[in-house]
Write a protein that binds this ligand. Structure first.
Ligand code: BGC
Length: 441
């Protein structure tokens, strides 16, 4: 792989780092924010979830913005929004400003969660596209882990402003980096800037025949299809839309963020003694999440998307079933408690090498170029709505149905996902983006 392509993907992946950091950091910061602004439970919950509302808004508009002004300026713009949001929330003098700041951060996350994987997959040569888009998920997990660590280190003095404000650093790097990055060659062809597009393709591919082949298939795909939101609903594109939206929702309703956002609460339920031990265990969750994503980077282009998804989802199912069993026992102490905790790590690890990265990869691959921005936008929007639904319902489900039924529901949804992948999802390994065929598309 060319160092150039790796650099381009790494800069864009900073959008993922900010996604992970900004969604993870609030769990530690909220303890001090709620003291400072004397928040009741309702306002606390809203302070946590307002970012997700911003994400829904940002992802809804991102596709059309990226199709209109280009991938590169959109990602640069996301960097600016991240910066403003971080400053606004870190310097907030009252709760209202803090809420605005977190909403703005959410807009940035929503925008970049569509455009970063889209941009990476459009500049990546087919044989390493899986690894490069998985790099984006890797950056998300580094961001989450960094947030846990920063929260831990700054908790002693209750420095919530620094916790939120540190996001300024990656935002500046993202902005600075995107100024120097190229536009996606696919976008350039789409807007008729063929000369520049050709130059870009030549920088990406070492040999001319590969870049020529890619150019021909991009131009071919532009000839046949029209873009826009209406085109997304046309019979030839609809199967891709169904796959994108369904996978995006399934990635959330199989429960990952109940562990990422509420880990310390689950540890408490599993009998972990002190708050400090829970925070430490949560950092371990972050490390497993991060480390296991490397497995995807290594294997996703070699053995393919679907085999990894089957392996990961099966592991998630088994781990969730064991957790449901463990939590159904009257006393979760001793070895049973340990089994529950190990299962939780296995669950996160299995997600990390499969559904975590592969969702972002597949939704960046299955839509034809003219509707790629719009298709990713709608799928990502569905992902954020699913995220919101799970993070809002988790504690209530545990209270009303009990934790065994809650984890059991996530387990059943893993099986539903396996069946869906088997029947609906195409294998896209090694194909040029324009050669990926979905249903009748
Ligand atoms: C998901 C996020 C999740 C993260 C965990 C991403 O792929 O979309 O909702 O928090 O993985 O690593």
């Amino acid at each position: 792989m060319r160092a150039y392509v790796l650099l381009v993907a790494s800069i864009a992946a900073l959008g993922g780092l900010l996604f992970g950091y900004d969604t993870g950091v609030i769990s530690g910061a909220i303890l001090f924010i709620s003291k400072q602004f004397a928040l009741d439970n309702r306002l606390q919950a809203f302070t946590i979830s307002v970012v997700l509302i911003g994400c829904i808004g940002g992802s809804a508009v991102s596709g059309s913005v990226a199709d209109r002004i280009g991938r590169r300026p959109t990602l640069f713009g996301a960097g600016v929004i991240f910066l403003l949001g971080a400053l606004l929330s870190a310097l907030a003098g009252n709760e209202a400003i803090l809420l605005c700041g977190r909403f703005v951060v959410g807009l940035g996350i929503g925008l970049s969660s569509v455009v970063a994987p889209l941009y990476i997959s459009e500049v990546a040569p087919a044989p390493v596209r899986g690894a490069l888009v998985s790099l984006y998920q890797f950056a998300i997990t580094i961001g989450i882990l960094a947030a846990y660590i920063v929260d831990y280190l700054l908790a002693g003095d209750g420095q919530w402003r620094w916790m939120l404000g540190l996001a300024v650093i990656p935002s500046l790097i993202l902005m600075g980096g995107m100024i120097r990055m190229p536009e996606s060659p696919r976008y350039l062809f789409k807007v008729g800037r063929d000369l520049l597009a050709r130059e870009e393709l030549q920088r990406i591919y070492e040999d001319e025949s590969a870049s020529g082949r890619e150019e021909a298939s991009i131009l071919e795909s532009l000839k046949v299809r029209r873009g826009g939101l209406a085109a997304l609903l046309s019979p030839s594109i609809r199967p891709a839309l169904v796959i994108g939206v369904a996978l995006a929702v399934l990635q959330q309703v199989t429960g990952i963020n109940s562990v990422i956002y509420y880990g310390p609460r689950i540890f408490e339920m599993a009998g972990v003694g002190s708050a400090a031990a829970s925070i430490l265990a949560q950092s371990l969750v972050g490390a497993v999440n991060c480390g296991m994503t490397l497995v995807a980077i290594f294997f996703v282009d070699r053995i393919g998307r679907k085999p990894l998804l089957y392996a990961g989802l099966t592991g998630m199912f088994v781990a969730l079933t064991v957790m449901a069993y463990a939590f159904s026992q009257p006393h979760l102490s001793g070895s049973l408690g340990t089994i529950a905790l190990v299962s939780m790590m296995v669950y996160v690890g299995c997600f990390a090498f499969s559904f975590g990265p592969i969702l972002w990869l597949l939704i960046s691959e299955i839509f034809p170029l003219p509707v790629r921005g719009a298709g990713m936008s709608v799928s990502t929007l569905a992902n954020w709505v699913g995220n919101f639904a799970v993070s809002q319902s988790f504690l209530g489900m545990v209270e009303r149905l009990g934790s065994p039924a809650t984890f059991g529901t996530y387990a059943v949804l893993c099986i539903v996902t396996i069946v869906f992948v088997r029947t609906m999802v195409p294998e896209t390994k090694q194909e040029l983006l324009e050669e990926v065929h979905v249903g009748g598309a």
